[in-house]
Write a protein that binds this ligand. Structure first.
Ligand SMILES: Nc1nc2c(c(=O)[nH]1)N[C@H]1C(S)=C(S)[C@@H](COP(=O)(O)O)O[C@H]1N2
Ligand SMILES: [Mo]
Length: 327
């Protein structure tokens, strides 16, 4: 597949030291080699300080695989400032600025990941165990919140499928569920019953295995800031943003469709599937268009795309389903 050249190179709009080639491999792969750098590699991959640069090397061969998300590359990524100061992370409050203000207190090291349910590998493991095998890659994805705003974000991470395969899910694993940390001492929003804590999300297993589903550990080539879901968060770019659960501590494989936080909170407003669909309005507002964060006042709202523009990659998952019902 060919790689299209972006109209505006992200390097022109972000400081060069914070930007790297969209195909850059980060040095998670380092962990496989050089004993002397092992400690540093682990530190680079497991977030130490928000904003600290991740180590990486350029991959001149552009050999990540067949995945090239051409549509994204014509869009200008939002700035670091926008992506890290306009957030939804109710564990730190409901204001868009609350996560940036209050998430600094969250301890993201050490961090354990529990694996449970229909899989051969279950238990509780230090996060490093799962992060170090991966060569990290950058994915510039559109991000569409159910509230009808959007951004374009250069995430750093690895495919969710690669992580899940390590756990060897059994044939009974039809769904995968994710759980956010519950730690009210460091997550002040959890002291208030805004939502049922801990935050839960889930995917059908074939959705989870789609190559676009991404596990994120970084942003703009840097360690993921707490307000964006450090140290590990999900990104499902064809679904509304609330599916992209942050600060994950548990993954479980189930036979039954799991309960998810927003569909429990308001079942008529937020479904399990939550695929971006401009033709199905939210009960209280249209989903036909969106406001791109940072767009000038004179820039009109832009049309929302079916599956957020990723129909070619994901529409097969929903063949035969009534997309009006399966909001
Ligand atoms: N644990 C947790 N994950 C969460 C949320 C949350 O409140 N808690 N908000 C969701 C919503 S509604 C959105 S739009 C995205 C926002 O991600 P961002 O702040 O990195 O842009 O995170 C999602 N993941
Ligand atoms: Mo959202």
């Amino acid at each position: 597949m060919t790689t299209r050249i972006p109209r505006i190179a992200p390097s022109e709009i972000t400081p060069p030291e914070t930007y790297f080639n969209r195909r850059a491999f980060l040095s998670a792969a380092l962990a496989a080699g050089a004993g002397a750098t092992l400690g540093r590699a682990a530190a680079a991959v497991v977030p130490a300080a928000a904003g600290a640069p991740l180590q990486y090397r350029y991959d001149a061969a552009d050999s990540v695989g067949a995945l090239v998300h051409a549509p994204d590359q014509d869009e200008t990524p939002n700035t670091w400032e926008q992506i890290t100061h306009y957030n939804n992370f109710y564990e730190f409050g409901i204001g868009k600025g609350d996560p940036a203000r209050y998430a600094g207190q969250l301890q993201t090291r050490p961090w354990n990941l529990a694996v449970a349910g229909e899989a051969e590998v279950t238990g509780s493991f230090p996060l490093e165990k799962f992060l170090n095998p991966y060569a990290l890659e950058e994915r510039i994805y559109r991000f569409r919140c159910v509230e009808a705003w959007s951004m374009v974000i250069p995430w750093v991470g690895f495919p969710l499928a690669a992580l899940l395969k390590q756990f060897k899910p059994t044939s009974r694993a039809k769904y995968v569920t994710f759980e956010t940390l519950y730690r009210p001492s460091q997550m002040p929003g959890q002291r208030v019953p805004i939502l049922k804590w801990p935050y839960l999300e889930g995917l059908r297993i074939d959705e989870a295995m789609n190559p676009l589903a991404f596990m994120v550990v970084g942003l703009y080539g840097r360690v993921l800031p707490n307000q964006n879901g450090a140290p590990l968060r999900l990104i499902v770019p064809w679904k509304y943003g609330f599916k992209s659960i942050k600060s994950i501590v548990r993954i479980a494989f189930t036979e039954q469709q799991p309960q998810t936080t927003w569909s429990v909170a308001a079942p008529n407003e937020y479904g399990f599937y939550a695929n971006v669909n401009p033709n199905v309005p939210h009960p209280r507002w249209s989903q036909a268009s969106e406001r791109r964060i940072g767009a000038s006042l004179f820039h009109e709202r832009q049309a929302t795309l079916m599956f957020n523009g990723y129909a070619k990659e994901v529409a097969y998952l929903y063949k035969g389903m009534n997309l009006h019902t399966y909001f």
